[in-house]
Design a protein around this ligand. Structure first.
Ligand code: MD6
Ligand code: FE
Length: 215
């Protein structure tokens, strides 16, 4: 079942069943064991984000005083990022409708009370590929608008196991997370002890960064 929230912004409630969610949570635990979560900082001001982040894949998204960018290594350990999680990759193959694999999987870790301000995902060179988001853990209120920051917005609740594709005419819509509903998700929390605070949420976004040859 899928719902077009607007053209190109497609919500798949409950796309991952319990078994797939626990497999994905296990893959996230492996990623974060190898590439520990870091706290990104705002360009110029260096103000820390409230969301902590990790990455998997050939490229990872990082942010610090020098700006937002993708890079092949962890900003603190200098190590290459771990491989893309297989369960998330399978979802990309099922619903991204794009003829090349993603290059980056950004892992966002939200504690209770954490928010993410309205933003566009525009640090990629390839906007023909969608961004695919997967949610685990606590429910969240996702807000989306239009292509201008001042456009009217609507909100939808993202539950654990939900997939969301931001592509086509919605690839550059403004969006953000207004609140995390601190309902414990025993599945996620049991699987990620020490990584996800009680009532926390995990969001994975898969992105194609560069334009593939011949596409
Ligand atoms: C989140 N998501 O759900 C924040 N970006 O935690 C995003 O910022 C996002 O869900 C691009 C595409 C899909 C998303
Ligand atoms: Fe985003």
């Amino acid at each position: 079942m899928s719902v077009a929230l607007r053209p190109g912004l497609i919500h798949y409630p409950g796309f991952l069943d319990g078994e797939a969610r626990s497999r994905l949570a296990g893959e996230v635990a492996d990623i974060l064991a190898e590439a520990p979560p870091f706290t990104p900082r705002m360009p110029r001001t260096g103000k820390p984000f409230s969301v902590r982040m990790g990455n998997a894949g050939p490229l990872g998204w990082v942010s610090d005083e020098r700006g937002y960018r993708y890079q092949p290594h962890h900003p603190e350990t200098g190590q290459p990022w771990p491989p893309l999680p297989a369960t998330a990759l399978a979802v990309w193959e099922a619903i991204a409708a794009y003829p090349a694999p993603p290059e980056a999987c950004l892992v966002n870790l939200y504690g209770p009370g954490t928010r993410m301000g309205l933003h566009q995902d525009r640090d990629e060179d390839e906007f023909d590929a969608p961004v695919l988001s997967l949610s685990l853990g606590a429910p969240a209120l996702f807000r989306y608008g239009g292509l201008a920051r001042s456009d009217p917005t609507r909100s939808v609740r993202l539950m654990p196991g939900d997939a969301l594709v931001i592509g086509g005419p919605s690839r550059l819509v403004f969006h953000g997370i207004d609140r995390i509903y601190a309902e414990p998700d025993l599945l996620a929390e049991d699987l990620l002890p020490g990584l996800l605070p009680p009532g926390g949420r995990i969001n994975l976004t898969l992105r194609r960064v560069s334009r593939p040859q011949g596409v």
